[in-house]
Ligand binder design. Structure first.
Ligand SMILES: Cc1cc2nc3c(=O)[nH]c(=O)nc-3n(C[C@H](O)[C@H](O)[C@H](O)COP(=O)(O)OP(=O)(O)OC[C@H]3O[C@@H](n4cnc5c(N)ncnc54)[C@H](O)[C@@H]3O)c2cc1C
Length: 286
C-alpha cells in the first residue's frame, strides 16, 4: 500500500503557490509513468508519505500554439497528442515520429513531454530532436518567469536545473523552414522497449549540388545525457555529400559519445550504431 498526499490545483497560480510553500518537498505529477513507478520501486528515498502536486487539472498547461518563429508546446501534452497534432506533424515531424516510439499506447496516452524531459533519461525519446531544435524551456515560480535552453536545463542523467519552487510551463521549439528531420532508433522490440541508441537529425534541405549547408545531430542513450555531435556537424557543413564524406561522418560521430554496457546493450555496439544510423539518414535524405 502506497500513501501520498495529493494536491490538485486547478490554476497555475495555485500550483505555484503550493510549490513556493512546500519547495522540494512536493513533486510535480503529470502522467505519473515515471514518478509512480519510482515511488513503487523505491528508486529514491520518497519518505513516508510523499506529497504530489498533480498538474492535470490545470488547463493552461495543456496546449500547442504557433507563433511566427516557434511552435509552443504545453508541458501536459501527452505523447499521443503530440504525435497526432497537425502543427507538430507539419513543423516538427521528427518529434512526432520520436514520441510515437515511446512505450505502448497506454504510456503514450498518459506520459507527457515535460515528464519525459524532466525525468532526464539519456534514452528519453523526445530529447534528441528537442536538442537539434535548441528548444527553450520556460520555468515559472511565483515570483518570475525564466527561460533556459534544453542543453542547459538537463544537467546529468536524471538531473535538471529546476528551482525547487519552479514548474515547467512551456517548451518553445524554433521552426526550421526547409529543413528535413528524422529520428532513428534501435531497440530490442518494437513496443515497450527502451531505446538502445538513437540519432536525431535536422538538416537544411541540400541544394541541387548536394551541398549540406547546415546539419544538427543529437545522440541518445550513448552518453550521460543526450549530446550534440558538433564535430560531425562541422565536418558536414558546407560540404558536398560524397560516399567518402559519409564514411568520415560515420567514423567521427562514434567519437562524440561515451556509451556504457548495460542490460540492454554494450558500449561497442551502441557506438558503432551511431555511425550506421547517421549514414542511413544521409544516404536517404540527400
Ligand atoms: C512501461 C513504460 C515504458 C516506457 N517507455 C518509454 C520509452 O520507450 N521511451 C521513453 O522516452 N520513455 C519511456 N517511459 C518513461 C515515461 O513514460 C516517459 O518519460 C514519460 O514521458 C514521463 O511523463 P509523465 O507525464 O508520466 O511524467 P511523470 O511521471 O508525471 O513525471 C516525471 C518527472 O517529471 C517531473 N515533471 C512532470 N511535469 C513537470 C512540470 N510541468 N514541471 C516540473 N516537473 C515536472 C515530475 O516531478 C517527475 O520528476 C516508459 C515508462 C514506462 C512505465
Amino acid at each position: 500500500m502506497y500513501k501520498f498526499n495529493v494536491h490538485s490545483p486547478v490554476s497555475l497560480e495555485e500550483a505555484l503557490e503550493l510549490k513556493a510553500t512546500f519547495g522540494a518537498n512536493i513533486h510535480p505529477l503529470a502522467g505519473g509513468t515515471d514518478v509512480l513507478v519510482s515511488i513503487r520501486n523505491n528508486r529514491v528515498d520518497w519518505g513516508e508519505q510523499p506529497s504530489l502536486l498533480d498538474l492535470n487539472k490545470i488547463q493552461a498547461l495543456h496546449f500547442v500554439r504557433e507563433t511566427p518563429d516557434t511552435i509552443e508546446i504545453g508541458p501536459l501534452m501527452t505523447h499521443s497528442e503530440i504525435s497526432n497534432h497537425p502543427l507538430i506533424q507539419s513543423h516538427i515531424p521528427a518529434l512526432a515520429k520520436a514520441v510515437s516510439y515511446i512505450g505502448s499506447p497506454q504510456i503514450r496516452n498518459t506520459g507527457t513531454i515535460a515528464g519525459n524531459m524532466c525525468h532526464a533519461s539519456p534514452a528519453a525519446d523526445s530529447l534528441p530532436i528537442l536538442y537539434c531544435r535548441n528548444a527553450i524551456i520556460e520555468i515559472q515560480t511565483q515570483d518570475q518567469t525564466t527561460t533556459v535552453p534544453i542543453e542547459e536545463f538537463i544537467t546529468g542523467p536524471g538531473f535538471i536545473g529546476l528551482d525547487s519552487s519552479g514548474i515547467v510551463t512551456k517548451i518553445s521549439v524554433p521552426k526550421l523552414p526547409n529543413f528535413v528531420g528524422d529520428y532513428l532508433t534501435l531497440r530490442q522490440r518494437q513496443a515497450l522497449s527502451c531505446n538502445v541508441v538513437s540519432v536525431g537529425v535536422e538538416m537544411l534541405q541540400p541544394n541541387k549540388g548536394n551541398e549540406i549547408e547546415e546539419i544538427r545531430i543529437a545522440l541518445g542513450a550513448v552518453s550521460p545525457t543526450v549530446v550534440r555531435g558538433k564535430k560531425t556537424e562541422n565536418l558536414l557543413k558546407n560540404k558536398i555529400l560524397t560516399q567518402k564524406l559519409i564514411d568520415e561522418a560515420h567514423d567521427l560521430i562514434q567519437t562524440e559519445c561515451v556509451p556504457i554496457d548495460d542490460v540492454r546493450s554494450n558500449k561497442n555496439y551502441r557506438q558503432a550504431m551511431t555511425g550506421v544510423l547517421l549514414s542511413r539518414f544521409l544516404i536517404n535524405n540527400v
